[in-house]
Design a protein around this ligand. Structure first.
Ligand code: SF4
Ligand code: SF4
Length: 70
């Protein structure tokens, strides 16, 4: 299982790269522009900009995102 962990400002975002299909919903829906697709997988490049709205968690159709505040 490949789970990538990203942290900053006390927030931890884990993205399961086995589940991630690269659909881009997290990239498109995050109001703080935290996510980017790299080689077809989501990475949380800017965790420090996160406003803890939890939209990414509900936007992911395959439940690949785990967020410490959500
Ligand atoms: S919780 Fe909200 S601001 Fe934070 S990464 Fe998810 S969608 Fe973006
Ligand atoms: S919404 Fe989920 S499946 Fe789609 S790119 Fe983001 S993490 Fe991957």
């Amino acid at each position: 299982m490949v789970v990538k962990e990203f942290s900053g400002k006390g927030i931890v975002i884990k993205i399961d790269h086995d589940k991630c299909t690269g659909c881009g919903e997290c990239v498109k829906n995050c109001p703080a522009d935290v996510y980017e697709l790299v080689d077809g997988k989501s990475v949380a490049k800017r965790v420090e900009d996160c406003v803890e709205c939890c939209i990414c968690v509900s936007a992911c159709p395959v439940n690949a995102i785990e967020h410490s505040s959500c």
